[in-house]
Every structure is written in C-alpha cells, then in structure tokens.
Design a protein around this ligand. Structure first.
Ligand code: ATP
Length: 305
C-alpha cells in the first residue's frame, strides 16, 4: 500500500484488483449477524480503475454502461469518499469515474475494489497522507473485503474477513475466470448456507496445508486444496452452475473453484499457455471467460497528473 508521497494532483487514477478465495471457511453467524471467516484471499489480474477529481459535490459515473452499478450516493465509492472526508474532518468532495472490468455481483468483490481504490485515490488527490493502518481501519468499516483490496497479494483473512495479514505465496498461476450472465446475491448465498449448515463451527479452522503449499510454491497441491464452504449453497440457488462445473472438471485444470459467493467459476493453471488453451475450450462451449494472473498487487496509483 505505501507509496512515495507525491504531493497533491488535479487527477489521480488508482487500479484495484478483483479477489478470489483460495479457501473460504465459514462459521455460524454471530449475534450481530456477521459470519466468522477463515479465508485465504488472492488478488487476481482483473481490475477496476477509479479516477478522482476535485468537485463541489459528490458524484459517480462509469466510463461505459454496466448493469447493476448504482450511480447515486449508495455507490460504495461515494461511501468510501465520504468516510475519508469525515475521518479527516475536512470539507471536500470529488467526481469519481469508474472503468469497470470486475464482474458485478460475481463473487469477486468489485464494489470492495472500488471502495479501496477511492480511499487511496482521494488520499493522494488531497495529499492527506493517511497512514496505512488508518486506511485499513477505514476500509474495514466499508466492507469485509475492502481491506484486502488495499493489501493485495495473497493473505489470510479472519474476523469476518476484514482482518488481513499477508502470507507467503511462491506460486505464480493463471486463472480462467468463467463469467455468468446473471449475478448472485451474496446475502442470499449466506442465508442459504445457514439453512444448510446448522452445525457450522464458531471458529472455522485455519487451512494449514494450503498455507504450506502456497509457501512451497506447489501450484498443483494448491489446486487440490482449493475449497469454498459456500459452494453447496450457490449450487442450490443456481443449479445451472453444476453443469458448467462438470464440464470444467473434464478440462485437465489443476483445480476448479467457485469464486467467493459465486456465480463466477475459476480454473487454476500453473502456466499461461495451458490457461489460454483452456479459455479457448471454455469459449468454444459458449461461455464468456477472462484470463487473470495471480497473485497481483493491491490498489495502486497508475496515473497521477
Ligand atoms: P462480494 O463478493 O464482495 O459480495 P460481489 O463481487 O458479488 O461482491 P459487487 O460487484 O461488489 O458483488 O456488488 C455487490 C452489490 O453492491 C451490487 O448489488 C451493487 O449494486 C452494489 N454496488 C455498490 N457500489 C458498487 C460498485 N462501485 N461496483 C459494483 N457494485 C456496487
């Protein structure tokens, strides 16, 4: 997250990555309704770019129309901007423009990426010099996945996902990201998980074997250890995903995974050529897909002028 302090600028663009969960262990909801998580996040190379400029009032726009992204005060990017201004006790506002590549309601935390990118972009726009720890704390008030979008790389997430700490990951892999035309509501998937899992633990365990495979750099072992407690619930809510998953499993990938709460599906490959061939196969079946390397950096400034 830390970057050289560059001074104020009239326009700043920050790029923030999508996330996937190599492991998503979900526990029984707490009295506040939040689910305890034990998750291993990885930032992957699908990005939203957020550009901010000083303005008399808050507003948000998209560089190209995308269904499902609110263009009013409920957009999480505006909520992030307002939170930063409040934190510093300053009076300021901005025009926020989003170039969206991360699928909406795809289980890849696109909204969280936009929130993280906005925090960083406005911090640089106004030269607020917010310490990293304060940015992470502010991020956690906006959503469970927002701190990780700042951190990037590969990280363990605990609490309800907001407590992040980097883990050693010596793998360098390629994901075939299989997109779905319809989104899946994250709260609906968690609600169905609760129905299916009355005996979920209070503290989901840390996936030690996966952490070791990442530290050793064994992508094939990582592929065998991918897991997602929300998968059964997502399959129930979207039975069409089962057919897609079955086809992906015949294609020789090192692993197949549901991204977060879905419906995006992922295939793991340890080299780009294998990923390219698999993507061509997926496209030939009529599914939209993208290629993304992992792990990649968290939110970072790309244009500063
Ligand atoms: P997660 O995996 O974190 O639950 P997701 O990737 O499934 O998220 P998002 O694309 O982050 O889903 O969007 C979730 C909801 O947030 C959508 O219903 C959308 O209307 C709302 N939203 C608010 N701001 C944004 C934004 N900047 N980009 C996308 N969605 C946004």
């Amino acid at each position: 997250m830390s970057e050289a302090k560059l001074g104020p600028a009239p326009r700043v663009t920050v790029r923030a990555p999508a996330k996937i969960n190599l492991h998503l262990g979900v526990g029984r909801p707490r009295p506040d309704g939040m689910h305890p998580l034990s998750t291993v996040y990885q930032a992957v190379g699908l990005y939203d770019d957020i550009t901010v400029t000083d303005a008399p009032d808050w507003s948000v726009g998209l560089t190209a129309a995308v269904d499902g992204v609110p263009l009013d005060d409920t957009n999480i990017a505006i909520r992030a901007g307002r939170a930063l201004v409040k934190h510093h006790g300053i009076s300021a506002a901005a025009r926020i423009t989003i170039a969206k590549c991360i699928p909406v309601m795809g289980g890849m935390a696109g909204g969280s990426a936009d929130a993280a990118a906005t925090l960083l972009a406005l911090d640089r726009l106004w030269d607020l010099q917010t310490p990293d720890e304060e940015l992470l704390q502010l991020a956690s008030t906006l959503g469970s996945d927002v701190p990780f979008a700042l951190l990037g790389g590969t990280a363990m997430g605990t609490g309800h996902g907001q407590l992040v700490s980097a883990v050693t990951d010596r793998t360098s892999v390629w994901w075939v990201v299989v997109l779905s035309d319809d989104g899946l509501s994250t709260p609906a998937v968690y609600r169905h998980f609760d129905e299916l899992s009355p005996d979920a633990p209070n503290e989901p365990p840390v996936p030690e074997e996966l952490l070791e495979a990442l530290a050793e750099g064994y992508a094939d072992e990582v592929g065998d250890l991918l897991s997602n407690d929300l998968w059964e619930a997502a399959r129930d809510l979207r039975p069409d995903l089962v057919d897609v998953e079955t086809k992906l499993r015949t294609m020789g990938a090192d692993g197949v995974l549901l991204s977060g709460s879905g419906p995006t599906l992922l295939m793991l490959h340890d080299n780009v050529d294998a990923a390219r061939s698999a993507a061509a196969e997926v496209a030939a079946l009529g599914y939209r897909c993208a290629l993304a390397p992992g792990p990649v950096a968290g939110a970072h400034v790309v244009t500063y002028a």
